[in-house]
Design a protein around this ligand. Structure first.
Ligand code: ADP
Ligand code: F6P
Length: 478
């Protein structure tokens, strides 16, 4: 149980991820401002802070050269138990935008045709080395070290080497927050073996779904000749445990926010505004894996197939800016605003526009209110590690029992099969039918589906995910 997990983990926990819970930026007046980072990793780890204590190392989003300024950033992060790892700007940009987001990200999402770049790989290695030096300096032998995500796949190996030089063992867990592709897709990357070896220096490697875990095991078997024994992998005399750990959210945070007076007032206003109109909500980072183009095409198809809905339904799409320095993301942004304009141009009336498109980050209270007033949530990822927005929508729908329409390519679809309407995101006709099915579903059916989904979301919380991973890790030695 979760209680056992927390009592069994008396050892200090060190969490390492590229992204910290707060991202620091320089404001116009020259001072540093920090804002909550968005994304699944921060949501899941922030949920864990309620039940576990840990020091969280990561890149703060910028690296001033002056030590006075670095100290200022250090101080602003300290109350959140976050410790910045400073990186030279150019190096950070090649590591984050270059290798991690232009090369690894598409491969991890099973996409072919990536252009490999030696310089970006070198930067990736260098950043992993800097993290390894920092952590080797900070960690004690008994500490549990938990590394997160694809930006730091070499870290377990580099860290283990450094700890060994100091005659220290290291208990290292690694969790991936993206899918893991089949070996045939991974092989496209010339440094696939280095990546696998890096991860295999962990003590325990965790994935969101059993399919991703299997793909990893098979890749180690096919590309490294490692021996797979059930859920363990034997490689160079070390037995590495793998597992899938169902990540989640902190549903109480949404319940508490929904009770606030200002949120209730906002919900009231929005309900008034959309009294005779059904609302479909979408919340996604502006990323090509989220299938936003397909979502817009699907919605357009729906308005064409079922014209009686024109004027009676609105899609409110929040597209949170993400990785804006990467060309593919910039191109997608242009494509989306163009498409929104085209569809609105086709179906709008002086008193009605079918799509409300918010290309910005919105405050948490507004996000919660939006989830709560929507009759349906439409998520269309072409490939997605889990998709926590699906969980968040359910957490806010106790009153309305709205419908969750989910792409079969989101990790969450495996766990939420019972309760969601699922579709193939490239099948626009099918998406159109699903929207119709969702909007016309009886109250009884909605309730029946909702109850199953709510049970899942309230059981599989982020705290439980973290505790079960840490409990499994702390059972092992090195
Ligand atoms: P990904 O990790 O790919 O971004 P997820 O759906 O798993 O996708 O997680 C997205 C997370 O980002 C959700 O928890 C969502 O609430 C959060 N989020 C969305 N908008 C904002 C925002 N404006 N500020 C902070 N977090 C946000
Ligand atoms: O969920 C996948 C993920 O890569 C998370 O690891 C990350 O927090 C999120 O997407 C947002 O991406 P970024 O850290 O690039 O803003």
């Amino acid at each position: 149980s979760s209680e056992q997990a927390s009592t069994s983990t008396k050892r200090n926990l060190i969490v390492i991820s590229n992204r910290l819970p707060l991202s620091v930026k320089r404001s116009e007046d020259g001072s540093y401002i920090s804002s909550m980072s968005s994304g699944g990793l921060v949501t899941s780890l922030s949920g864990l802070t309620k039940t576990a204590e840990f020091r969280w190392y990561g890149w703060p989003g910028m690296s001033p050269k002056e030590s006075v300024e670095q100290d200022e950033i250090r101080r602003s992060l300290a109350p959140h138990n976050a410790i910045p790892v400073f990186l030279d700007e150019e190096l950070a940009q090649k590591h984050y935008n270059g290798f991690s987001n232009q090369i690894l990200w598409p491969i991890l999402h099973y996409q072919p045709g990536v252009t490999y770049d030696e310089g970006k790989w070198e930067a990736y290695k260098k950043v992993n080395e800097i993290f390894a030096d920092t952590i080797a300096e900070a960690a004690q032998e008994e500490d549990l070290i938990w590394v997160h995500d694809y930006h730091l796949m070499l870290l377990p190996e580099l860290l283990r080497e450094r700890m060994a030089k100091k005659k220290r063992q290291a208990c290292i867990g690694f969790s991936l927050h993206t899918p893991f592709p089949p070996s045939e897709s991974l092989k496209v990357l010339p440094v696939a073996k280095d990546i696998l070896k890096g991860m295999l220096s962990s003590t325990l490697v965790g994935f969101h779904t059993e399919d991703y875990r299997k793909n990893f095991s098979e890749s180690c078997e096919y590309l490294l000749n490692a021996r797979v024994q059930d859920s363990s992998i034997l490689y160079k005399d070390r037995l590495v445990k793998t597992g899938h750990f169902t990540v989640g959210i902190d549903p109480d945070k949404f319940n508490e926010t929904l009770k606030k007076d200002d949120v209730q007032a906002r919900i009231h206003d929005l309900n008034e505004r959309y009294k005779d109109i059904k609302v479909i909500v979408g919340v996604d980072r502006l990323d090509y894996i989220k299938g936003l183009t397909q979502k817009l095409h699907g919605f357009e198809q729906f308005l064409t197939d079922y014209p009686k809905w024109q004027g009676k339904v609105v899609l409110i799409q929040v597209a949170v800016p993400s990785r804006e320095d990467v060309k593919e993301y910039q191109e997608l942004e242009t494509e989306l605003s163009c498409l929104v304009g085209k569809i609105n141009g086709k179906f709008s009336k002086p008193e009605y526009s079918p799509i409300i498109y918010l290309h910005r980050s919105i405050p948490f209270t507004e996000l919660t209110a939006l989830y709560s007033i929507a009759d349906m949530c439409l998520l269309t990822s072409s490939r997605d590690g889990m998709n926590l927005v699906a969980f968040e929508y359910i957490a806010c729908q106790e009153q309305r029992n709205g419908v969750l329409a989910l792409s079969e390519f989101a990790g969450a679809s495996v766990f939420m099969a019972d309760g969601t309407i699922q579709f193939h995101p490239a099948n626009i006709k099918e998406m159109s039918q699903c929207i119709h099915q969702g909007l016309t579903m009886s109250k009884e059916e909605r309730k029946e589906r909702y109850d199953k989904l709510a049970k899942f979301v309230h059981t599989n919380t982020s705290a439980r995910w973290g505790q079960s991973f840490v409990a499994e890790l702390s059972k092992r030695h090195a």
